[in-house]
Structures are given as structure tokens and as C-alpha cells.
Design a protein around this ligand. Structure first.
Ligand code: G6P
Length: 369
């Protein structure tokens, strides 16, 4: 086992640091001649373009990856996207139509709830697409078509490199579906150039490792941690909080910043640590005002911002800790932003003395309902 971990202490740590490479293998051979080629989808692109809506279905981290993809899938394809947690779709027997494209996201391709939702969507006549890391899995065999994310084997129970590769696979899927639209050509070109540089930006953000360890040591005794995000990074807030919850065994909630004034604001005091994701995108000024509101209530803030923006997010007088990350194309920013939070969850777990790779009560793949 130690041989497989190489120079790392834990699989989760190894998998976090592997991401510059795993993202390259996700994209390998697929970005060609200024466009995207996805062999497993090619024959179905026309049908997907004509569908009435895309329904994303998954559990846990895979659901969060789909949530991160939702804004750019809507933007690049013009197709409405709805989100379904697999178990909830089954509980409600929610409507799925023949005109729907149901996209199933699962690292293992064996999660029972996701597979049952797949059977349900197949019965209802939807086109079923699988996004998985496991060639030959039940998900990849039962869906009509799909994309393998090729992130390499993931061993740590908490998903890290599969999450970022899932987002990139879905970005490529959105680019392929939208490739017939002339009006978004320039936007697609800039996302493709962002994909080409993504791996080196991920290497950059991994240099925050020591800083995240230090931040973790300041949070070690906290009982709870909130993470506020919105827009492209709403999913980052949910996924960052999920990582902290599942491995560091600390209560943590990801929240939509736009909902802050409708309840969560009541929790704010000088003790509760709150991470606010405020990297540059169309929501930036709204996040600046969220930070102001939290500071005026003496909130204990940790702000994630684009490099060089420390003064813009935390004006003098405000006492907050700042995490500066490289700025990439706005829709790819969730790939960068999750990494400091993965590192934070990892270090919190080690410092709190818990099992990183086998968190209490959890399994890598939940194959029972
Ligand atoms: C379990 C794991 C999570 C994972 C989820 C979905 O709960 O502990 O890390 O995100 O299953 O797994 P999947 O293989 O479908 O992505």
C-alpha cells in the first residue's frame, strides 16, 4: 500500500496533488483543431441538441460536480438544465420524459441510487448519458452513450481528483453540444484556451498547501464551518463543506450567498468561521457586498479571491484572512477554487487525528439503497 502512495502519507493527499496530471489525461486527445472531440458522444450530439432539457443526476461529490457544470451547460447549449439527487428523484418518482437527456454522473459507476435512477430514466424513454471514471462499470454499460473521465483510479473515500475531472469532462461535453452555435464561438475559444492552461494553474494553486495547513491549525477546535458561494461557485461551497464534513468530521455547510439574508445571517458571530468565495466573475460585486455585511456583524471571515484582489475583497480595517488563487476562465474557476478547500479538509483531518482515507461510517461506493 505504501508503494502505491509513493511519497505521500495518504491516498487523499496523493490524489489532490495528482490533479495537474489527472486533468491532462481527462483532456488528452479530446481538444483538437480548436474544438472538442468526444468519441463516446459523437453519434448522439444531434439528438442531445434537440432535447427539451438536460437532467443531471448523481449523489455526493458527483452531484456537486454536475451542479458546477450546470451554468456553463445552460450557457453553451441554450438547453434548460435541472438537477436531481438520485435518491430524491426516486422518492418523488419525478417526471422524466422521452424528450429529456438524462446525464448520470458517478465516479464508480456503481452507486445504487444512481443506477436505480438510471433504470427509471430508461423506462421513461429518456436519452441516458453516463459520465464515469470506471470503464466497464454498470453505469457505462447501461447508458446509451457517455464520457469516461479518465482521472485514474481513485482510492481515498473522499473524492478529489474525480471531482475536477468530472467538471472538465462536462465542460468538454457542453462545448461539443454547443459547437454548432456561431454566436458563442469566441466564448468557446476562450474556454478551450482556459482548458489548455488549466493544468498549470492547478499546479500553481497547489502551492497553497502550506498556507492551508496553517489555516487548518487555526480551525482545529472550531465546531462548525460555513462556506458561502454563488454562481459558478455555488457548487464549490457545497463540495468544500462536504469534504470538511466527511473527512475532518466537522460540521460544515455550503450555502448560496444569495440566501444568506434569509436565515444563515442569524448564525454570524465572532467565533463561527465563514469562508466566502469571491473570485472574479459576474457575481463579484455581489460577493463584495456579502463580505461587507458579514464584516459589519463581526463575522470571522476567510475570503477566497483572485490573485491581486486582497484589498478589493477585504478593505483596510476589515479583519479577514485571504486565500488568493489564480484566475482562469470564469466557468473553469470551480476547478481551481475547490483545491484549497480539499487541502484544508485534508490537513484538518490529519491535525484532528482522524482517518483520512477511510472516514468513519463511509464507503467509497455505496452499492446498497
Ligand atoms: C459515496 C462516496 C462519495 C461519493 C458518492 C457518489 O457517498 O463516499 O465520495 O461522492 O458515494 O459516488 P459515485 O461513485 O457515484 O460518484
Amino acid at each position: 500500500e505504501q508503494i502505491k502512495k509513493g511519497s505521500y502519507d495518504h491516498f487523499m493527499q496523493k490524489e489532490i496533488h495528482e490533479q495537474p496530471h489527472s486533468l491532462k489525461t481527462t483532456m488528452r486527445g479530446r481538444l483538437k483543431d480548436g474544438g472538442v472531440v468526444l468519441g463516446g458522444l459523437k453519434e448522439y450530439l444531434k439528438t442531445i441538441r434537440r432535447c427539451r432539457r438536460v437532467v443531471f443526476i448523481g449523489c455526493g461529490t458527483s452531484y456537486n460536480a454536475a451542479l458546477a457544470a450546470r451554468p456553463f451547460v445552460e450557457e453553451l447549449t441554450g438547453i434548460p438544465v435541472t438537477m436531481e439527487v438520485a435518491s430524491d428523484l426516486l422518492d418523488r418518482q419525478g417526471p422524466i420524459y422521452r424528450e429529456d437527456t438524462a446525464v448520470f454522473v458517478s465516479q464508480s459507476g456503481e452507486t445504487a441510487d444512481t443506477l436505480l435512477a438510471l433504470d427509471y430514466a430508461l423506462e421513461n424513454g429518456a436519452l441516458c448519458v453516463g459520465i464515469t471514471n470506471t470503464v466497464g462499470s454498470t453505469l457505462s454499460r447501461k447508458t446509451h452513450c457517455g464520457v469516461h473521465i479518465n482521472a485514474g483510479c481513485e482510492i481515498g473515500v473522499a473524492s478529489t481528483k474525480a471531482y475536477t475531472s468530472q467538471i472538465v469532462a462536462m465542460a468538454m461535453m457542453a462545448l461539443a453540444i454547443g459547437s454548432d452555435q456561431i454566436s458563442t464561438q469566441a466564448r468557446r475559444d476562450s474556454i478551450i484556451s482556459g482548458l489548455n492552461n488549466l493544468s498549470s494553474n492547478v499546479s500553481e494553486v497547489l502551492k497553497l498547501d502550506a498556507g492551508m495547513k496553517e489555516l487548518a491549525s487555526s480551525l482545529i477546535d472550531s465546531e462548525s464551518l460555513l462556506v458561502f458561494g454563488r454562481g459558478y461557485n455555488y457548487a464549490t461551497a457545497l463540495e468544500g463543506a462536504l469534504k470538511v464534513k466527511e473527512v475532518a468530521l466537522m460540521h460544515s455547510e455550503g450555502m448560496l450567498a444569495g440566501e444568506m439574508k434569509h436565515g444563515p445571517l442569524a448564525l454570524v458571530d465572532e467565533n463561527l468561521p465563514i469562508i466566502v468565495i469571491a473570485t472574479r466573475d459576474a457575481c463579484f460585486s455581489k460577493q463584495q457586498s456579502v463580505i461587507q455585511q458579514l464584516l459589519s456583524r463581526r463575522g470571522r471571515l476567510i475570503v477566497m479571491c483572485s490573485r491581486g484582489d486582497a484589498a478589493a475583497v477585504c478593505p483596510s480595517g476589515g479583519s479577514c484572512r485571504v486565500i488568493e488563487v489564480p484566475q482562469v476562465a470564469d466557468c473553469l474557476q470551480p476547478v481551481i477554487n475547490i483545491i484549497p478547500l480539499q487541502l484544508l479538509a485534508y490537513h484538518l483531518t490529519v491535525l484532528r487525528g482522524f482517518d483520512v482515507d477511510q472516514p468513519r461510517n463511509l464507503a467509497k461506493s455505496v452499492t446498497t439503497q
